[in-house]
Design a protein around this ligand. Structure first.
Ligand code: AMP
Length: 144
C-alpha cells in the first residue's frame, strides 16, 4: 500500500503553526485540531519544523510556566523526516520505528501535501489485515 492510498481516505489537510507563535498558541492549535503535532510553517506550504506534545512536555521540565510565552521555534525539531505519496506504508512504518517519530509530513515537490500519523498507519494496516483474514476465511469455507 502507498502513502497516496492512505491519503485518499484522510485527505491532504495539514494543521500548521508559524515559528513565532507561542507555546500557548501551540496548545490551542493541538486542542482545536485534536492532533498530537503541528507542522511549523510560515506560509502553510513549506516545512520549517515540526512540534509535538512531547516537545512541550520535555521543555516544561526545565522552563516551567514560562514556556507558555516562548516561541514555537525554540522547542520545534528542525530536521524533519518526510515522505512522498509514492513511498510505501511499510517504509513509513520503518521510519517511524527507527526514528521514534509518530508524525511524518508528506511532501510533493517540496510543498506540504499531507501528514501521516502512527494512528493512520495502524488503522490502514488493521484494515488490510482484516481484509486478508476475510479472504482466507472465505477461501477455507467456500473454496474460493
Ligand atoms: P512525536 O512522536 O511525533 O510526538 O514526536 C517525538 C519527537 O520527534 C518530538 O521531538 C518531535 O518534534 C519530533 N518529531 C515528530 N515528528 C517528526 C518528524 N517527522 N521528523 C523529525 N522529528 C519529528
Amino acid at each position: 500500500m502507498l502513502i497516496s492510498d492512505l491519503l485518499r481516505g484522510k485527505g491532504g489537510v495539514v494543521a500548521t503553526i508559524t515559528p513565532d507563535a507561542t507555546v500557548a498558541d501551540l496548545l490551542e492549535g493541538l486542542a482545536a485540531h485534536n492532533v498530537g503535532a503541528l507542522v511549523v510553517s510560515s506560509d502553510g506550504r513549506h516545512v520549517e519544523g515540526i512540534v509535538s506534545e512531547r516537545d512541550v512536555v520535555r521543555h516544561l521540565r526545565g522552563a516551567g510556566c514560562d514556556l507558555l510565552g516562548a516561541a514555537v521555534a525554540t522547542i520545534m525539531t528542525s530536521n524533519v523526516h518526510t515522505c512522498t505519496r509514492h513511498d510505501t506504508v511499510e517504509s513509513l512504518m520503518a521510519t517511524m520505528t527507527e526514528e521514534r517519530v509518530r508524525h511524518v509530513p508528506v511532501l510533493e515537490d517540496g510543498v506540504l501535501g499531507g501528514i501521516v500519523s502512527i494512528g493512520d498507519v495502524v488503522k490502514s494496516r488493521l484494515g488490510e489485515l482484516e481484509g486478508e483474514r476475510d479472504d482466507l476465511v472465505r477461501y477455507i469455507t467456500t473454496g474460493g
